[in-house]
Write a new protein. Structure first.
Length: 249
């Protein structure tokens, strides 16, 4: 490019120093020098200019080819997008299916655990009821035996005192006292028996209530986990279990 500018400067100098033609704006230049300078300029012009001219001549062809390549790339991208979307949809469906299966499995395990807990609670209830009934019968029998014993002692003492005329009034008073004491002891034993039975039944009721609340919370958490945090249906939270008992948290 330096030779090009140098030759152009020399050509300008030749024209400026050329002899003028009188009465005109023309001048006389040495043809050989001008042609030589033009040849130098032609030889010094870089080949990139020719390549650029070729590109300009083929502009429409290049633009058409680029648009075609862009259309092909766009079509390929669309097809790839559709394929990826279909693949993502298939993977999402598979994930939902697996999550639903896992939720159903977990729910089935929870149901089995609830049934096992309820069965264990019934067994404990039966055991507690039988033990309470046996203890109540034992206490009642002890109360009856004590009552009969005190009553027999009172009657015997009363009979003995009646036989003694001088102490009849004292004997009657002592017999009444002994009879009252026997009745009071019998009533006390009966009250203790009833209190023991009631306490055992209250303990069992509290244990069973805690077990039912635990089962209900487990079912509620399972429903919320299976539905992405959505509230569980009322039928799942407050419905009737397989045992016929309401599970209320």
């Amino acid at each position: 490019m330096y030779r090009v500018f140098e030759s152009l400067d020399a050509l300008v100098t030749v024209v400026e120093e050329a002899r003028s033609v009188p009465m005109t704006a023309n001048c006389v230049v040495p043809r050989g020098d001008v042609l030589e300078l033009l040849d130098d300029i032609r030889e010094a012009i870089p080949g990139e200019l020719d390549d650029a001219q070729d590109v300009l001549d083929r502009r429409d062809e290049i633009i058409s080819a680029a648009e075609q390549e862009a259309d092909e790339a766009r079509s390929t991208a669309t097809e790839e997008t559709d394929r990826l979307r279909a693949q993502a949809r298939a993977e999402a469906d598979q994930a939902v299916t697996e999550a639903r299966a896992e939720a159903e499995r977990t729910l089935a395990e929870a149901r089995r655990e609830a049934e096992r807990t309820l069965a264990e609670a019934r067994r404990q209830s039966t055991d507690l009821t039988e033990r309470a009934r046996a203890e109540a019968e034992r206490l009642a029998e002890a109360g009856r035996a004590a009552h009969d014993r005190y009553l027999a002692d009172g009657q015997a003492e009363q009979a003995r005192l009646v036989a003694q005329t001088e102490v009849v009034h004292a004997a009657r008073a002592e017999a009444a006292r002994i009879l009252d004491a026997a009745t009071t002891e019998s009533d006390r034993l009966r009250v203790e028996c009833d209190g023991y039975v009631d306490a055992k039944l209250a303990e069992f009721e509290d244990t069973l209530s805690k077990a039912l609340r635990t089962v209900s919370r487990g079912r509620s958490q399972l429903w919320r986990g299976a539905q992405g945090g959505a509230p569980a249906p009322a039928s799942a939270l407050h419905g009737r279990s397989g045992t016929g008992m309401d599970l209320i948290d």
